[in-house]
Design a protein around this ligand. Structure first.
Ligand code: ADP
Length: 260
């Protein structure tokens, strides 16, 4: 628990630090992008010079996208959890996922028909799943299959809880790929903020950390299974709306809180 607290404080401090830097950067980028945009529109200079300016504008815009992702991470806006239909969410994501992956990746989506409503924030969950799908795509440069499935799950009192989950009912969404997988070291560090193996300018190392943070905020969690050369499966567990309204009563084995 102490280690968890330390980790949470580290993430909090990192969030504040990045938030401040990202904010300043965003402000600095605005006039840069404005000026470059103006030069591109005017089309001044010779062909080579126009190419240079266009390249600079592209880089500045990529920097802005990155900075905005950082800002979104640092801000971690208060969530608006409502009862959401995860079946509708995942079945509606096919085109979006396919448009980010390209034709060499097959996208399969399956949701249980009796899926209960989850208590979550629709947009944030969609963003989280898209993040997982992008990771899956990046893991399959030669193509493969992304399988997104949603199914109901129960965590019982008497089993060891996966991913620090409380006993109760959950909607589990899994994003599985047939990609390169992760070795043990990568797997151990995958959810750390800013941990990325994708190289400068490609990965922010915030994807899984954001997904994990979101899941925990909603009272759920994530589990990651991965095998090098075989693939990766990331599970996002969200409490059901019914569970959130009437929390599962703790069993008699629940220890009484220590008095002070
Ligand atoms: P980013 O994608 O920006 O690198 P993430 O936090 O999403 O940041 O992922 C951290 C690291 O975890 C990745 O750089 C990669 O090494 C590993 N990873 C995440 N998802 C997968 C996946 N589906 N297959 C293989 N490796 C993955």
């Amino acid at each position: 628990a102490e280690e968890q607290l330390r980790q949470a404080q580290k993430v909090e401090a990192l969030g504040q630090l990045t938030g401040g830097v990202a904010h300043d950067f965003n402000n600095l980028l605005t006039p840069i992008i404005g000026s470059l945009d103006l030069l591109v529109r005017r089309g001044i200079g010779n062909e080579r010079e126009r190419q240079l300016v266009a390249g600079a504008l592209q880089s500045a815009e990529r920097a802005r996208t990155l900075v905005q992702r950082l800002l979104a991470f640092a801000r971690r806006q208060p969530l608006q959890p409502t009862a959401i239909d995860v079946r509708a969410l995942v079945t509606g994501m096919g085109d979006l996922v396919a448009s980010t992956t390209g034709p060499q990746v097959k996208v399969v989506i399956e949701a249980a028909e009796d899926l209960p409503a989850a208590r979550a924030d629709y947009n944030q969950v969609e963003m989280a799943l898209l993040n997982l799908a992008v990771n899956a795509r990046d893991a399959m440069p030669e193509g493969g299959t992304i399988r997104i499935t949603a199914a109901p799950r129960t965590v019982a009192d008497d089993v060891e809880s996966p991913a620090e989950l409380k006993p109760g009912r959950y909607v589990m969404v899994s994003v599985a790929d047939t990609g390169v997988g992760m070795d043990a070291d990568t797997l151990a560090r995958a959810i750390e903020p800013f941990f990325s193996t994708k190289g400068v300018g490609k990965g922010t190392g915030l994807g899984l950390s954001m997904v994990h943070g979101l899941a925990r905020q909603l009272g759920g969690g994530i589990r990651i299974f991965s095998q090098p050369g075989v693939g990766t499966n990331v599970e996002l567990w969200l409490p059901t709306a019914a569970e959130a309204a009437h929390p599962h009563l703790p069993g008699a084995e629940e220890p009484a809180p220590h008095g002070g």
